[in-house]
Design a protein around this ligand. Structure first.
Ligand code: HEC
Ligand code: HEC
Ligand code: HEC
Ligand code: HEC
Ligand code: HEC
Length: 477
């Protein structure tokens, strides 16, 4: 008789080769079982500690949260699975040596069995309770802007920063990016996993390309909170611009935008939100992924009539033929929350709000120069910007620098803040990387309303999509 068989025989004598014996001794006597028990115990202990710390708000560290909510529960489940596997292997080993084939019997009148069953039930309930709490908290954690914005810090920093200063800073990322419903939830978690892989391997695009090609249709998400029936009337907006020649008296343009909505008298939809109103469908075919070159536009009106407008000098590449898109909120509001500034706007706002003293000669021009200079990194900008501004001002006049020393420092601090809020060299995000479609300030680059409203998209009858200034807002004086 071999040593091994000896061992099995002797265990038989102790009644340890019953299925119960395999489970219990499998946990202690086989390396695999021992590993399972250790992993489970360590995972549960750390998880409970992490959970308590997080719920009490003692530590706010994304890596601690990832460990608590994603890594440790995985460890715990793996550990728990190893225990029955170890028992099974142990039992199979016994059978190989020809030792009996008893089946698992639960005899509740046997006090040993009773104790074991009770212990098993209690442990299972406790484990499930812990897993449920961790799962619930973990679900909320992965749905939080904090998770989206901070965990993938380097990747999401531009979007997260712009988001935090936007009107939607209290709306969660997932409310726009995923929206309600199981189907999109699953799709989002799958593409989320792919994104995590891209971050770990460093293969993500820099910058992240816009538009987002698989964004959920905005009608599903935006209309949770804004619905077209609610739009009405006009919205007055004013624009303030300075020039390098006149830093003191701004040019102010005030326009009343025809927001539109349902006309109370006629019941018809009109104005800017006509494109997304009931029974209207505007579809378009763009020649590029950025949707800046619009070749054809089809309109379906409430009275059932249809019309197509074509700009004949735009050629659509063969692979984009048939990629018609129905216009929704995002075709105008492509920057509802990731709103980036242009350097002129930040400098003009600084002059208007006295963060940049307009009395300093040449300060507008110099501010724009230091703001648009290329720095290798955000750290470099932080280190250099004030010196750069002072150097440019010194070139103008040394007395000026003495006279306005304090103000120049204040301006430099303001400009640095503007820079840090918009530029991420590591992600190749710089001034104008992400432009908005809301007006026509960037029409030359193919952004905004004039992609279609350019008098060049023509129907068969020779009608064009109009650029009449009074269509969208009262004519600026
Ligand atoms: C109010 C709705 C809304 C919220 C809230 C929101 N996003 Fe977005 N996000 C958008 C839209 C719309 C786009 C698509 C822009 C486009 O297609 O041009 C977008 C685009 C992006 C992009 C692609 C790059 C870009 O700038 O276009 C990233 C990355 C992103 N969002 C991350 C986030 C993160 C992280 C959060 C939370 C911190 C968040 N978003 C919250 C609406 C939102
Ligand atoms: C969970 C609710 C919610 C969702 C979803 C949402 N918004 Fe908003 N939106 C708000 C709130 C709240 C405000 C702020 C209102 C205010 O400040 O008066 C706002 C403001 C706005 C404004 C006015 C901004 C300004 O500068 O005054 C626009 C435009 C807008 N949202 C568009 C969108 C678009 C487009 C989407 C879809 C991509 C969207 N919203 C999704 C809640 C939401
Ligand atoms: C044809 C382009 C276009 C489309 C499509 C569009 N909007 Fe707008 N929307 C605008 C413009 C332009 C403004 C006013 C610009 C501003 O406030 O700077 C505006 C203003 C708004 C405002 C602010 C209203 C106010 O009174 O302050 C909200 C909210 C809004 N839009 C939501 C939406 C939602 C939701 C959708 C999709 C159902 C949508 N928009 C579709 C162009 C559009
Ligand atoms: C994808 C093409 C496209 C884009 C982009 C676009 N429009 Fe339009 N718009 C149209 C078409 C098509 C019509 C209908 C023309 C017609 O019926 O003659 C229209 C009609 C309008 C009308 C008249 C609605 C009514 O009362 O009948 C307004 C106002 C308007 N657009 C404003 C805007 C504004 C503001 C923007 C930018 C924020 C914009 N549009 C962007 C295609 C577009
Ligand atoms: C298809 C709609 C549409 C048409 C047509 C249109 N605009 Fe505008 N315009 C807008 C919108 C929308 C804004 C607001 C942009 C914003 O909120 O940033 C705007 C803003 C402006 C501004 C203020 C922007 C600034 O930075 O000073 C001026 C000036 C202006 N328009 C002039 C004109 C003139 C002149 C015409 C006629 C040639 C015209 N617009 C035709 C939609 C239109």
């Amino acid at each position: 008789m071999s040593d091994a068989e000896n061992k099995y025989q002797s265990e038989e004598a102790e009644g340890q080769r019953t299925p119960w014996g395999h489970i219990i001794r499998g946990m202690w006597r086989s390396p695999l079982g021992l590993l399972g028990v250790s992993i489970t115990t360590v995972s549960i202990t750390l998880m409970v500690v992490g959970l308590v710390i997080d719920m009490l708000g003692l530590v706010e560290n994304p890596y601690a949260a990832i460990a608590t909510y994603l890594v440790l529960p995985g460890g715990m489940i793996t550990g728990l699975l190893l225990i029955p596997v170890a028992a099974y292997l142990r039992r199979r080993e016994f059978h190989k040596h020809g030792i009996s084939r008893e089946h698992l019997k639960i005899n509740l009148s046997d006090h040993k069995h009773r104790r074991f069953v009770i212990a098993l039930i209690v442990l299972t309930v406790v484990n499930f309770a812990i897993l449920a709490i961790v799962g619930y908290e973990g679900y909320h954690f992965t749905e939080s802007p904090y998770f989206c914005g901070v965990v993938c810090h380097d990747v999401m920093a531009p979007e997260y920063t712009a988001y935090q200063r936007s009107p939607h800073s209290k709306v969660k990322c997932v409310e726009c990016h995923i929206g309600p419903g199981a189907e999109w939830f699953v799709q989002a978690k799958i593409s989320g996993l792919r994104q995590v892989a891209a971050v770990m391997t460093g293969t993500f695009s820099r910058p992240i390309p816009a538009p987002v090609s698989h964004l959920r249709p905005a009608r599903d998400t935006c209309e949770q909170c804004h619905w077209p029936e609610k739009f009405h009337g006009k919205k007055v907006k004013s624009f303030t611009h300075f020039t390098n020649e006149d830093q003191v008296n701004p040019e102010v343009v005030e326009i009343a935008l025809h927001i539109g909505g349902r006309n109370r008298h006629s019941g018809a939809f009109e104005g800017i939100h006509w494109h997304v109103s009931k029974d209207v469908e505007v579809r378009y075919l763009a020649a590029d992924d950025k949707r800046t070159q619009i070749a054809r536009v089809k309109v379906k009106r409430p009275d059932g009539s249809e019309e197509e407008f074509v700009k004949s000098d735009i050629e659509v590449p063969a692979e984009r033929e048939g990629m018609w898109r129905t216009m929704d909120c995002i075709d105008c509001h492509n920057r509802p929350t990731h709103v980036y500034d242009m350097p002129e706007d930040r400098v003009d706002f600084g002059l208007l709000s006295d963060k940049i003293n307009p009395a300093i000669p040449g300060i507008r021009e110099d501010s724009l120069a230091v703001l648009t200079k290329e720095y290798a990194s955000r750290d470099e900008a932080e280190a250099m910007m004030a010196d750069e501004l002072r150097a440019l001002q010194t070139q103008r006049s040394e007395e000026q620098v003495v006279k306005y020393g304090e103000d120049i420092n204040k301006a430099a601090a303001y400009l640095l803040e503007a820079y840090l809020g918009n530029i991420w060299p590591k992600m190749n995000v710089t001034w104008g990387t992400y432009k908005g479609h809301l007006g026509h300030q960037d029409a030359d680059d193919g952004y905004g309303c004039w992609r279609c409203h350019d008098e060049e998209h023509q129907s068969e009858s020779g009608k064009t999509i109009t650029q009449d200034c009074s269509l969208c807002h009262d004519e600026p004086k």
